[in-house]
Each structure stands twice: as structure tokens, then as C-alpha cells.
Design a protein around this ligand. Structure first.
Ligand code: ADP
Ligand code: ADP
Length: 223
């Protein structure tokens, strides 16, 4: 269970990106819907402990996560909107390296997990190919594999399906649903259909605050 309480953030330029966000989110897929500029990415980066808020707390399964992010790095998986990859580095090499950074120091354990994730994300046949040459859909699936390293209990996915063709979008949806069976997954997006198809529960963020929370079919009709 993820409990977000009173998260506020004002950027140095004076933009108030978050104005007291409270959310309680259980296992499964949770949709965070909102227009551009609503504060979604700021909230996602905060949950991923990449950016400190001005105030507020986040707890995951009863443990506060913002005070000591290092202690929770394996509990958190983050798929950012854009992630860089080193040219020429293969999916296998990159995942292995990222697994090491996540603190999976045992070589065999790392290999077992990396192989399983490559299979789960349908990238096994491409494991020796450079991620920099992947198509958009493959790249997103690689992003999921990377986010799942270390068996996180919270997976944060920021605007994932932009630019994917319908088939890749479907594959990606299925993958997310599978992951949501075991952990908390937050899907941040401005695409209503993604949330309607995937998420049993959702919230609408606007102007840095949660303006609605509930079941997608009831909420999106109001939009
Ligand atoms: P969303 O992801 O919903 O589009 P963001 O969290 O990216 O929203 O942005 C919320 C608001 O904060 C926007 O007005 C945006 O321009 C502003 N913002 C985001 N990042 C920064 C930053 N690093 N510095 C200043 N303002 C920012
Ligand atoms: P999003 O699609 O999440 O709204 P943006 O295009 O707003 O993303 O932002 C892209 C990057 O630029 C982010 O790293 C964000 O922090 C930064 N950014 C956004 N708005 C501003 C701003 N007004 N001033 C400085 N940086 C910003």
C-alpha cells in the first residue's frame, strides 16, 4: 500500500507544481490522469525519490520512503518518459549493469533475474542487440524490464504509450496488467483510453491537486 500525504512542490521559478497531494493506492494499476502541466511528472519524480518535495510524506507498506531513498531503491521501479541509453550497449549488458547499480551484487542472481525479465518483456531474441537501435515499443518494454529489476513493490510509469503503434500499445498494456497483479503500479498519462482500459482505480490531477478519485468509467464521463 502506497500512502501519499500533503506533497507540495514549488519550483525556483515560482511555479507551484504540487499543492498538497493526498492519495492512498493499493496493489494493481492506478491511473493518474491530467492535462499537460498538471504536475504528474513532478509527482512521479517525487515518488521515484529523484526530486525532493517541499513538504509531505510517502510511505510504502508502512515504511517512509523519502527520508532515506537509498534504503528503498530496490523497492521502487521507475520508467521515465525519456530515458537515455548508451549507444551500442546491448540490452543484456545494460540490464546487467543496471541490476548491479540496484545492489544485486551476486552475479548469478543478477543473470537469473535479467534473463527472466528479458523473457517476460519479449526481448529475449534481441538481448544482444543495442538498445539504442530498438523501436519505440521495444524501448518501452526494455524500460519496463529495467524498472522491474530488484523486484520493486512500487512501479512508476510516466506517459508510456506516446508514439507507439496499436500493436505495441496492446503488448505494453498486457505487460502492465501482468505486473499489476503483484505490485502497486502508477500509470501517469494524459490518455483517457489507457486509464479506462487498464486501471480499476484512478485519480485526476489538475493544477497540482487531486480533483477527483475513483473508478474510471464514472470519472471519465465527467471529463
Ligand atoms: P505534467 O507532467 O502533468 O505535464 P509537470 O510536473 O511536468 O506536469 O509540470 C507541472 C508544472 O511545473 C508545469 O507548469 C511545468 O512547467 C512546471 N515545471 C516542471 N518541471 C519544472 C522545473 N524543473 N522547473 C520549473 N518548472 C517546472
Ligand atoms: P511533461 O511532459 O512532464 O510536462 P515537460 O515538457 O513539461 O514535461 O518538461 C520536460 C523537462 O523540462 C522536465 O525535466 C521538466 O522538469 C523541465 N521543465 C518543464 N517545465 C519547466 C520550466 N518551466 N522551467 C524549467 N524546466 C522545466
Amino acid at each position: 500500500m502506497l500512502i501519499i500525504q500533503g506533497i507540495t512542490k514549488t519550483y525556483p521559478n515560482g511555479v507551484q507544481a504540487l499543492r498538497g497531494v493526498d492519495l492512498t493506492i493499493g496493489r494493481g494499476l492506478f491511473g493518474l490522469l491530467g492535462p499537460n502541466g498538471a504536475g504528474k511528472s513532478t509527482l512521479m519524480r517525487t515518488l521515484a525519490t529523484l526530486q525532493a518535495p517541499d513538504a509531505g510524506t510517502v510511505s510504502l507498506d508502512g515504511r517512509p520512503v523519502l527520508d532515506d531513498p537509498q534504503a528503498h531503491r530496490r523497492a521502487l521501479g521507475y520508467l521515465p518518459q525519456d530515458f537515455g541509453v548508451y549507444p551500442g550497449v546491448s540490452a543484456l549488458e545494460l540490464l546487467d549493469h543496471l541490476a548491479l547499480l540496484k545492489g544485486i551484487t551476486d552475479r548469478r542472481a543478477r543473470r537469473t533475474q535479467v534473463d527472466a525479465l528479458l523473457a517476460q518483456t519479449n526481448l529475449w531474441a534481441h538481448r544482444k542487440h543495442a538498445v539504442s537501435g530498438f523501436s519505440g515499443g521495444m524501448r518501452q518494454r526494455f524500460g519496463i524490464a529495467q524498472a522491474l529489476l530488484g523486484d520493486p513493490r512500487l512501479v512508476i510509469v510516466d506517459e508510456p504509450t506516446a508514439g507507439l503503434d496499436p500493436e505495441e500499445r496492446n503488448r505494453f498494456h498486457n505487460l502492465l496488467s501482468e505486473i499489476g497483479e503483484n505490485v502497486v503500479v502508477i500509470l501517469s498519462t494524459h490518455i483517457v483510453e489507457d486509464v479506462r482500459q487498464l486501471c480499476p482505480r484512478m485519480a485526476i490531477l489538475a493544477g497540482g491537486a487531486v480533483v477527483r478519485e475513483g473508478v474510471p468509467d464514472a470519472l471519465v464521463d465527467e471529463l
